[in-house]
Ligand binder design. Structure first.
Ligand SMILES: Cc1ncc(COP(=O)(O)O)c(C=O)c1O
Length: 260
């Protein structure tokens, strides 16, 4: 048996993918299984114009490897957007990374942070596509119930009081997938307090913020202690083929990376 066989056994077909395949083959059916925008609202003309503009301005340079972390011009623009529009304070250094989708970011972080039997706390239910990369590393997922105010943080604290020490808390606080709930400000504050008290890292997956009506501030923007790794997304409202970004307190992640 080759070395990866055990890990493969832990993988299951994604129900989102299976449902999407079924929907694709049925005419007149709208696919609600994945977070894809309505094709009629995708700004195809504007995207084509932007693409042309980039080709004109950068020529062949636009088609070369960007270097690890993303095209420097894009990283610069994103840093300015993240600080002005999302209120996330970006310090000097290399802690904003462009990735090829949120799932790519989750996969990279799982490889960096998780190993056999590590506990990851998630909302129950959670985004299926985040589960597999974590399980692939051998991590054990523990679900905490969610209600209309988001993850029930008092239940999380009960769990931690019993002596469990998760490696990561993975949450989708704004427009949770699949429940659609938005975590209240009080619960956000409580979650950050808990992370500080029990010395934990939070992974905030925030793809729907650009299309959420008046959402509370992100956990990352309230994170003065550097406990939150933030995955944002610029494509859910425009094009699910565009790129995402990952904002991580790299120093804290480095300190917790699993030895290879
Ligand atoms: C919770 C969550 N995170 C992230 C994403 C986007 O993932 P990706 O950028 O890899 O398509 C989605 C899309 O469905 C989602 O629901």
């Amino acid at each position: 048996m080759f070395a990866g066989a055990q890990a493969f056994r832990r993988l299951e077909w994604s129900p989102v993918e299976l449902a999407s395949r079924t929907a694709r083959d049925l005419s007149g059916v709208i696919n609600l299984a994945s977070g894809s925008p309505d094709p009629s609202v995708i700004p195809v003309k504007e995207l084509a114009e932007l693409f042309e503009e980039v080709v004109r301005e950068y020529g062949a340079k636009g088609f070369l490897y960007p270097g690890a972390g993303g095209v420097p011009e894009l990283v610069k623009e994103l840093k300015s957007y993240v600080s002005s529009d999302l209120g996330i304070d970006i310090g000097e250094g290399d802690d904003l990374i462009v990735v090829s989708g949120a799932q790519h970011g989750i996969k990279l972080l799982s490889q960096l942070l998780l190993g056999p039997s590590d506990i990851v706390v998630t909302e129950d239910p959670t985004f299926w596509e985040a589960v597999d990369p974590m399980r692939f590393q051998g991590a054990r997922l523990v679900g905490i119930p969610i209600d209309e105010h988001g993850m029930d943080t008092s239940r999380l604290e009960d769990f931690l009081r019993r002596g469990h020490k998760p490696r990561l808390i993975y949450v989708i606080p704004t427009c949770h997938n699949p429940c659609g709930y938005v975590m209240s400000l009080d619960r956000r504050k409580h979650l950050l307090e808990i992370a500080e008290k029990y010395d934990l890292l939070i992974l905030e997956d925030d793809p729907y913020r650009p299309i959420a009506p008046n959402p509370p501030p992100s956990l990352k923007s309230m994170d003065i202690r550097g406990r939150v790794i933030y995955i944002g997304c610029m494509r859910q409202g425009a094009s699910t083929g565009a790129q995402n970004r990952l904002r991580a307190p790299l120093k804290r992640c480095r300190g917790r990376a699993r030895p290879s």
